[in-house]
Design a protein around this ligand. Structure first.
Ligand code: XMP
Length: 333
């Protein structure tokens, strides 16, 4: 499938039957394109790269080499899930790289959001390239490009005005020798999810909410420190658990915690307790260009507040961000 334009005749994938037909067609196309050569894939654990991985494993098995780079900015349990699902259940050829220290060292004392994004994006490509260089005989690079990515990059080029430098895995070098394999590039997100479920991927992986490439790096505001990053990861896990528990996870487009680089005075166990505030953001949107605030029932907010302030080391307050986009962007950085 080399065209970048979705044909008008292409019908929407909404059922398992549609997805099965798409999968069968893609398997044949991939086998024809790749033959007995090897394919490399940067597997982030997000919906798109996971669906591409599962599709390629079905089509060419061990000829696919997945590289998962853990930059230390993943949410709680995410890298572990990649290892469990792809390394163990699907028996993929998986290279796991724990580059946490490398990223955190580079980010030390860097507080400018754009600099942080550039460091994370640049280092990601470097680590990935280093791993690729260790492998032999790779002729193809698979990517989880989807149709909105193609439409957005056309729009950004035309307007010349991106709001933030969005980092997606795999900024491709001009002189790249590998040929691209992009089996889902004409699909919309909802279709990718239907295909993912038909491929047997876990529901939580297929319905994972959007997560920025720089990960928790843009939610641990200002200069990242290990202790604040850890507090963020734990608080975010509690928020996700509680949203799952009360059904909000299915309803809210994106929800997460950010933690600013500031402390306030509080009290814990009858002692003065200086800590960071955890800021909850829960937004709905269709295209991420504008966003509205989801009304969260007070009892849910109370429970989350109670859990975060008692279970997470270093946090003494919980705030709720009421700002729509505009004027706030969805992420704080
Ligand atoms: P903003 O903060 O610009 O975010 O309103 C809009 C949507 O994009 C996500 N986001 C990113 N996604 N790489 C990504 O792949 C990035 O660098 C990045 N920055 C923001 C954000 O989470 C929201 O869904």
């Amino acid at each position: 499938m080399s065209t970048n334009v979705r044909p008008e005749t292409m019908s929407r994938i909404t059922t398992k039957e549609h997805a099965d037909a798409f999968i069968a067609e893609q398997i044949a196309d991939i086998q024809k394109q790749v033959g007995n050569k090897k394919v490399l894939l940067a597997l982030s654990g997000g919906v798109d790269s996971s669906v591409v991985a599962a599709l390629l494993i079905k089509a060419i098995g061990k000829q696919l080499v997945c590289v998962h780079v853990n930059h230390g900015l993943m949410r709680k349990g995410e890298s572990e899930q990649v290892i469990e699902v792809f390394g163990k259940e699907l028996d993929a050829n998986l290279v796991y790289v724990n580059a946490t220290d490398r990223f955190l060292n580079l980010l030390e004392n860097v507080s400018d959001p754009e600099k942080k994004r550039k460091i994370i994006g640049g280092e990601f490509i470097k680590v990935f390239d280093e791993e690729a260089a260790k492998l032999e005989g790779i002729d193809f690079l698979a990517q989880g490009t989807i149709y909105p990515d193609i439409l957005e990059s056309i729009k950004a080029k035309e307007s010349g005005k991106p709001v933030k430098s969005h980092h997606n895995v795999g900024g491709l070098p001009e002189d790249m020798k590998m040929e691209l394999v992009e089996p889902i590039k004409l699909l919309y997100k909802d279709e990718v999810r239907v295909v993912g479920e038909a491929l047997g991927l876990p529901h939580a992986m297929v319905y994972r909410q959007p997560f920025p490439g720089p990960g928790l790096g843009v939610r641990c505001l200002g200069a990242i420190t290990k202790d604040r990053l850890e507090a963020l990861r734990e608080a975010d896990a509690i928020l996700r658990e509680e949203f799952d528990f009360c059904g909000l996870a299915e309803k809210v487009w994106q929800y997460f915690i950010s933690i600013p680089d500031m402390k306030s005075v509080g009290v814990r166990n009858e002692m003065r307790y200086e800590g960071w505030p955890a800021i909850i953001r829960a937004v709905n949107t269709t295209d991420a260009m504008t966003a509205t605030i989801e009304e969260i029932p007070y009892p849910v907010l109370h429970k989350i507040t109670q859990r975060i302030t008692s279970e997470v080391e270093g946090i003494n307050r919980v705030l709720f961000d009421l700002t729509p986009k505009p004027t706030g962007t969805i992420e704080w950085e």
